[in-house]
Design a protein around this ligand. Sequence first.
Ligand code: BDR
Ligand code: CA
Length: 316
Amino acid sequence: AKKVLFLSDFGIDDNIAILYAFFNKEIEIVGIVADYGNVSKQDALRNAAYLQRLTGRHDVPVFAGAELPLTGDPPEYVPEVHGVAGLGPIIPNIIVDDTLENFHGIQEIIEKNLDEIIIVNVGRLSSLAAAFILYPGTMKKVKDFYIMGGVFHEPGNVTPVAEANFFGDPYAANIVITQARAPIKIIPLNVTSGAIVTPALINELDVYYQSIGSKVGSIVKPMFDYYYKFYKQRNPELTGAPLHDVLTLWALLNEEKIVYRKVPVKIVVNRGEAFGQSIGDFRNTNSKAKFPVHQVAVSFHYPDFIKDFFITMKNS
Ligand code: BDR
Ligand code: CA
């Protein structure tokens, strides 16, 4: 199985992605970093504990990540998309230690899984940037990076040109983009927006979960319905809701079903209309790249994604 250190901001698609990973035998989550983003760091930690309790996966260590962006701006959570606690209508009855400060533990996790560990980041990049700042030597030993973030040649979801994970902390995104030693894999919004899961599929899963009495499965439908309602209101033409963060995990198991372009990438860090925009140089020029070159996903095999998602989620 692929060893994954998962950094997440614990919104709805994040939570479904974590369940997807737990249900998938090809993925071994070796650590979870709970970051602010869709929700506060405290809520992220609580959701991590909630998912651990539901799944019984107390063996997976949880690390307290960032609670602020490097920009110094106050974080803006998005309850309208993910619910007040990041779980749609669910408020977990659980208390966590919000003084937890164990982030340095990720260094040990990476060192323990040398050259094998894959970092998947599906929230703001503040924690990951901090890791590059604090542990540059350790970060060189990471095998691969998969980042859900940015948008190329399509509208953003926070500003006309910027996507939430990059816009939430453009300074952090810039650190990651410039400090990664080898090309990282970026799964941007314009691609993840195609990872549409329909309410009909979720209903079918729910019927199955009910038939087997799956407690874990029982949270999927209420979370999804909340999330879908938001997307549907914003765009009535949608037939489902995009599970951005699930697609990002799927990407690491389905290399041959994703098309990447190797392009120079830059993050706009100047405050102004383009703050947080991701720019990819997709021109076919041979001119020497001025920006670091990364692998930017441009398309994926949708039918196989849906098929795998359905099969995997039934492993609850
Ligand atoms: C990203 O922002 C969050 O709302 C989602 O969890 C996803 O990681 C999409 O822009
Ligand atoms: Ca996320």
